[in-house]
Unconditional design. Structure first.
Length: 453
């Protein structure tokens, strides 16, 4: 697909990357603020009997989950709810991608998604609408996540080697939002009032919407593929889609392990980590500030290493980069398991865990996004990017289910279990390498046939 030629203004990249990355920064500001507060909010406030009885539909929802998974403690129920909510955030982009590709176009779909997400965060001002608010956020995220990531890829020609680094810039910028969220949303939520924190998240989404609409002239032009224009995938295109689906299997396990750092770990750290500095107990959500800084550092370090190796013709493939990232996640949770054996974990040791984890992210997320964006057939590009995001849905569902083992196993064994899951993802990736590379080898197809309804 031809790309619009625009001037560069951000590290040698098109202006549209600035617009998309800034919008995503505010979306992530809201997302990570919600993520930082949600488990603490449920376990320390919402699920207390005097509050739980006021939540519309909560009793029925808990009874439904119990019918599927059996009786749950409050922590297990909170983990399951966190996993379902977070998972659906990454599942609805499949619907959003269909709307973006076939019905509304990516720009309108993203704008509508921002409005719904803002409304959901504002509804969190009342615990009565807790489940309604989560539903609005989930539906809104469906319009935003996959379509914006696809627009990043569409700024570049297929053979433009800036694409991987563009996703690195995109990741850095969104992590500025992740860095600011605990400082603003987390502090206000923990120290002033939970509901005030959620409203700050809604305000951030409104800023993101204004940013996106103001810069839409710099975005790739929308092309809505009508049903009668839909091209059948050729043989080599189907092979590429199959290869990507293979890669998403270990990526699911990797996510289920890595994302534990933002769920039950907050509940664990609330009592297990010594957070007193100069006589003042630092809010547990502030670890998100450190996480944001270290994630940016991880991407910068990885990019510098890749550039240095590229000058010598030795830059590893995206496949190899992802494998290194999976190993790093396993190492991080081994460190967490060892730390959990201490009576009280020094905060510096907890920060060291996030340092290892975030260095691993730098080797995993930009390469996997670049690979999917580059190797997906143009006619299903947004859909395949949404599939990548939807993989996190399965990761979060698995994460939520695994939460029931936290109390029986105890923290050290639970974190060691996460390390084993990450290592399992690495082994699976190695096993899949040869068939995936074979499927990605180019083949010549006859001209694609156009299906007419």
């Amino acid at each position: 697909m031809a790309t619009r030629q625009v001037r560069s203004d951000l590290f040698g990249h098109p202006r549209g990357l600035t617009v998309l990355a800034t919008t995503e920064m505010w979306e992530r500001f809201s997302f990570y603020g919600m993520q930082a507060l949600l488990m603490l909010y449920m376990t320390k406030y919402l699920l207390l009997p005097e509050h739980a009885r006021n939540v519309l539909g909560l009793g029925q929802f808990r009874a439904f989950l119990a019918s599927l998974f059996g009786p749950m403690s409050d922590i297990a129920f909170a983990s399951q709810t966190f996993g379902i909510y977070s998972g659906l955030l990454y599942g609805t982009p499949l619907l959003g991608a269909w709307l973006g590709d076939r019905v509304l176009g990516k720009t309108r779909t993203v704008a509508a998604g921002c409005v719904l997400m803002a409304a959901g965060h504002i509804l969190m001002a009342s615990e009565h609408f807790f489940l309604v608010a989560l539903s609005c956020i989930v539906l809104g995220a469906g319009g935003v996540i996959g379509n914006m990531a696809a627009q990043v890829g569409l700024l570049y020609a297929p053979d433009d080697h800036r694409r991987t680094r563009a996703f690195g810039v995109y990741l850095i910028t969104l992590n500025i939002g992740a860095l600011a969220a605990p400082l603003a949303i987390g502090t206000i939520g923990e120290k002033v009032g939970w509901h005030y924190g959620f409203n700050v998240a809604g305000f951030g989404m409104l800023i993101g919407l204004v940013t996106y609409l103001a810069g839409r002239r710099h975005l790739p032009p929308d092309r809505i593929t009508q049903r009668e224009e839909r091209e059948k995938l050729g043989h080599s295109e189907r092979r590429r889609v199959l290869a990507i689906l293979f890669l998403l299997i270990p990526y699911t396990l990797y996510g289920a392990a890595a994302l534990q750092a933002y769920g039950i770990m907050f509940v664990w750290a609330d009592t297990a980590v010594d957070r007193v500095v100069l006589g003042w107990e630092v809010p547990v959500t502030w670890i998100g500030i450190v996480d944001g800084v270290l994630t940016i550092l991880g991407v910068v370090v990885a990019n510098r290493i890749w550039i240095a190796l590229a000058t010598r013709g030795r830059e590893p493939s995206d496949f190899a980069k992802v494998a290194i990232g999976y190993f790093g996640v396993a190492a991080a949770f081994v460190l967490a398991a060892a730390s959990a054996l201490l009576p009280l974990v020094p905060v510096l040791l907890w920060i060291a865990f996030f340092l290892v984890l975030d260095l691993a992210y730098g080797w995993t997320e930009p390469p996997i996004q670049s690979l999917v964006s580059r190797d997906s057939p143009p006619s299903v590009n947004a859909m395949m990017m949404a599939m990548l995001k939807a993989t996190s849905m399965l990761s979060y569902f698995l994460l939520g289910w695994l939460g029931r083992f936290y109390e029986p196993l105890g923290a050290p064994l639970y974190w060691l279990m996460d390390a084993g899951i990450a290592l399992g993802a690495l082994v699976m990736l190695i096993v899949f390498r040869r068939p995936v590379m074979h499927l990605l080898e180019p083949e010549h197809d006859p001209p694609a046939q156009v299906s007419r309804a």
